[in-house]
Design a protein around this ligand. Structure first.
Ligand SMILES: *Cc1c(COP(=O)(O)O)cnc(C)c1O
Length: 356
């Protein structure tokens, strides 16, 4: 049976990414060597790294004056690196989900943190709005897509101070105006590649703001100056990211994928809104994520949760159990999830309703 992988991360990747990476693990470009075995300073790998960065820049229209980094430690280490490098006196954070909350916790180790708004008391059922960004903050940190709660900030906001965005789970899902940001970062394992590599798109002028001595490996400057080759990068993971970037370019880039993502999300949200069993826990429809669709059973049908998971499993639908902090279900429909996968899910939801 065909399986559809709705896992939140690590998550579904394009078939071609898996196939090409598997091939390169056995034999890279007919060299008789594995991508796992070659030097990260070899011509072969340098070409892979360069192509990955060039494609990332091209697809996301990253302007000059920004560097693209491939780092380790996941998005979570960037929660630390960001304040270590850039929080001199005070930073502003938007508390829109658990990941934002974790970023805030790290920032507090380095200075004053002003949380401009929070939806925590409402279990993050919306993205806070109508807040004021303090003009004296070193930077303002947002999470563009709240993976756990299924809310998304779909516009590139204007900020009077450098804007820093955790875009782990919606990078490359829509066109983005990078010039509005000073730093965009995330783990690769949601929309780009396997776990083990993180990306950071850094405005070079931001590096001038570093005043504190920063350990070498935690300094953005180190990785910018050494072109992500200060130490051994995760070569296999970067190779896989390159395959996803090629796939994305071939299918028409961000405009094309955004249209497909909206189509998938609309199909699923329309069914949730129509259904007499399911409901969206979000309080603001405009915040509905096009990457992670969260839905729950209405209170009167709550006891059917296990049954729906069983039905989903029997249809080859994997990974739709909701996060423990929300309950219910979450369908992560990242770039690589085909429309057919969402159609099968919607069909299962309809079928379930006839049995309930
Ligand atoms: C998954 C995720 C993270 C954590 O990423 P790691 O690479 O596991 O550290 C951080 N932020 C968001 C928005 C995420 O979805």
């Amino acid at each position: 049976m065909k399986k559809y992988n709705f896992n939140p991360g690590p998550s579904v990747l394009p078939e071609i990414t898996l196939k090409n990476t598997a091939e390169a693990v056995l034999n890279l470009n007919g060299s008789g060597l594995s991508i796992m075995e070659i030097s990260h300073r070899s011509k072969d790998f340098e070409a892979i790294l360069k192509e990955a960065k060039d494609l990332f820049r091209e697809i996301l229209s990253i302007p000059t004056g920004y560097s693209i980094l491939f780092l380790q430690g996941g998005a979570s280490l960037q929660f630390t690196m960001i304040p270590y490098n850039f929080l001199n006196k005070k930073a502003a954070y938007l508390d829109s989900g658990s990941w934002a909350n974790k970023a805030i916790k790290e920032a507090k180790l380095f200075g004053e943190v002003q949380v401009v708004a929070s939806s925590k008391e409402q279990n993050y059922t919306f993205v806070p709005k109508n807040y004021v960004i303090p003009a004296d903050a070193d930077y303002f940190h947002i999470t563009t897509n709240n993976t756990i709660y299924g809310t998304e900030l779909k516009t590139d906001i204007a900020s009077p101070v450098p804007l820093v965005a955790d875009a782990s789970s919606d990078i490359l899902s829509r066109p983005m105006d990078i010039s509005k940001y000073a730093l965009v970062y995330g783990g690769a394992q949601k929309n780009l590649g396997p776990a083990g590599v993180a990306f950071a798109i850094v405005k070079d002028s931001l590096l001038e703001k570093v005043t504190r001595p920063v350990p070498t490996m935690l300094s953005y400057k180190t990785h910018v100056e050494n072109d992500s080759l200060y130490n051994t990068p995760p070569c296999v993971a970067i190779y896989a990211c390159l395959q996803t970037l090629k796939w994305l370019k071939d299918l028409g880039g961000l405009k094309a994928i955004h249209k497909m993502n909206n189509e998938k999300a609309d199909l699923l949200y329309n069914e949730i809104d129509r259904s007499k069993l399911f409901i969206s826990p979000l309080t603001a429809a405009e915040d509905r994520s096009i990457m992670n669709v969260v839905f729950v059973l209405k209170p009167e049908y709550k006891e059917l949760e296990e049954k729906f998971l069983e039905l989903a499993k029997s249809k080859g639908l994997v990974g739709i159990k909701g996060h423990r902090s929300v309950g219910g279900f979450r369908a992560s429909i990242y770039n690589a999830m085909p429309l057919d996968g969402v159609k099968v899910l919607v069909q299962a939801m309809k079928e379930f309703e006839t049995q309930a």
